[in-house]
Design a binder for this molecule. Structure first.
Ligand SMILES: Cc1cc2nc3c(=O)[nH]c(=O)nc-3n(C[C@H](O)[C@H](O)[C@H](O)COP(=O)(O)OP(=O)(O)OC[C@H]3O[C@@H](n4cnc5c(N)ncnc54)[C@H](O)[C@@H]3O)c2cc1C
Length: 403
């Protein structure tokens, strides 16, 4: 009988493997393997352009907008094979966040203008939602957009905006009706990041990397045609988008790769003359982690396969996000423990980015040890970015258990 969700389709896997073998540049794979979780935006965009040559940069989109028409199982195999080979992930903000919103509620003109440039990897996007004082409590955001003739005049400040310094475009939540109830006066606006009045300033992460930013908007003129959907309905679109964000942020492929690296480390590192991987206490912790990760993998697969579930979707995506981000931290912590002092070797803000290939030639310290501590420290952010841990727990409590 034909399987409904066949994740062992050998021919499909072979196709993806062959593509990766022929198209993933070795230096890009090296950097991806050794960098910390929040690094590598340029490689991510460059890989997206390589995938686009084969029509694979937005594989999950509908075919008419540049997607592949793959089944959920094929999508899973694509991600698994590419990530196992140390290819960068797909860009996040364009293909996963704003793209699906535009497909659902964008105007024909917006679809024509923006979707092909996401599908080709040409445009890099950022997400301007959070503000000082409006993170978990996003509905209290204060950036305003005042309508003047055929433009909006946008003023305010965004915070933690990932990749804003690389982005061509940003999708922003702005307040268009200050007199309405908080969630009802918000709109979803597309802003050209090169517009006069947009200033991007870096916020440096714990390991010295530049990934997030402050974005200042000082009377930025935005054409009214850049409003997505209806005015004052932005909250509704944002909620749909945040659901997608949390599914992807289970980050199961990342954690599986890091678990494989952890095993590699444990095979090489020795305690009292024995390989760490043969130490019983360590093995138990490793096994426990692997079981937890496998359970997450099956949960992600069940959601991807669209299995019916009595629990509302919002609770499921929050649970995946919560569990995934906690496991990322656990894997990273155990790596650092396994490496001991070697994990500190290149943790020095001045020496970042960690991808500096010069470190690879140092024979006394294995490449797998590069900047693990720095990477682990930045992963503190995993249980905050995309929706803080306690807030996810509140969502689950409310939606799944009616508390
Ligand atoms: C690395 C990184 C990248 C990010 N990228 C982006 C981006 O690209 N675009 C964007 O818009 N935002 C981005 N963010 C922002 C992120 O969405 C917010 O940091 C997150 O929503 C939390 O908001 P906050 O930082 O204001 O913390 P707060 O909301 O102030 O929360 C502080 C603490 O209080 C807890 N808390 C808050 N409310 C409650 C409650 N009701 N009940 C119980 N506990 C609560 C939280 O769990 C947290 O522990 C990013 C953040 C990080 C760290």
């Amino acid at each position: 009988m034909e399987s409904r969700f066949d994740i062992e389709d050998a021919a499909f896997r072979a196709l993806v493997r062959e593509f990766v073998r022929d198209n993933l540049p070795a230096d890009m794979a090296w950097r991806t393997r050794h960098r910390s979780f929040y690094g590598g935006h340029r490689d991510i965009m460059a890989w997206s352009r390589i995938l686009a040559r084969n029509g694979w940069a937005v594989p999950h989109w509908p075919v008419e907008h540049g997607g592949t028409g793959w089944t959920a199982a094929q999508l899973h195999m694509f991600h698994e094979e590419t990530r196992r080979a140390d290819a960068p992930p797909l860009p996040y903000q364009g293909p996963y966040l704003v793209g699906p919103v535009l497909i659902a509620v964008g105007s024909d003109e917006q679809k024509r203008r923006f979707l092909p440039r996401i599908a080709s990897g040409e445009d890099c996007w950022c997400q301007g939602f959070s503000e000082p004082g409006a993170g978990s409590d996003l509905a209290s955001l204060r950036t305003t957009a005042l309508r003047r003739a055929d433009h909006y005049v946008v003023s305010g400040q965004k915070l933690w905006t990932s990749a804003a310094h690389e982005a061509d475009w940003g999708f922003f939540l702005v307040r268009t009706d200050p007199s309405a109830r908080p969630q009802q006066g918000i709109s979803f606006l597309l802003i050209d990041m090169r517009s006069p009045g947009v200033t991007v300033r870096p916020v440096i992460l714990l390991n010295g990397e530049h990934h997030v930013n402050e974005v200042f908007l000082d009377e930025v003129l935005v054409p009214a045609a850049n409003l997505v959907g209806e005015e004052n309905k932005g909250w509704h679109y944002a909620k749909t988008l945040l659901g997608a964000e949390r599914t992807v942020s289970a980050e199961v492929y990342w954690s599986e790769n890091e678990l494989a690296k952890l095993k590699e480390i444990a095979r090489r590192e020795r305690v009292r003359g024995t390989a760490l991987i043969d130490d019983e206490a360590f093995r138990r912790r490793l096994a426990y982690l692997e079981i937890e990760l496998r359970a997450l993998r099956y949960s992600v697969l069940r959601v991807s396969a669209g299995e019916p579930d009595p629990v509302p979707e919002g609770a499921i995506t929050s649970a995946l996000k919560l569990r995934g981000s906690e496991l990322m931290q656990k894997v990273a912590e155990l790596q650092v423990e396994a490496l001991g002092p070697k994990a500190m070797r290149y943790f020095d803000a001045a020496e970042f980015p960690v991808s500096d290939a010069a470190h690879a030639d140092d024979p006394s310290w294995p490449a797998y040890a590069i900047a693990k501590t720095g990477g682990q420290l930045t992963l503190r952010a995993a249980t905050i970015a995309g929706g803080a841990r306690d807030v996810q727990k509140n969502i689950i409590a409310k939606l799944a258990f009616g508390l």
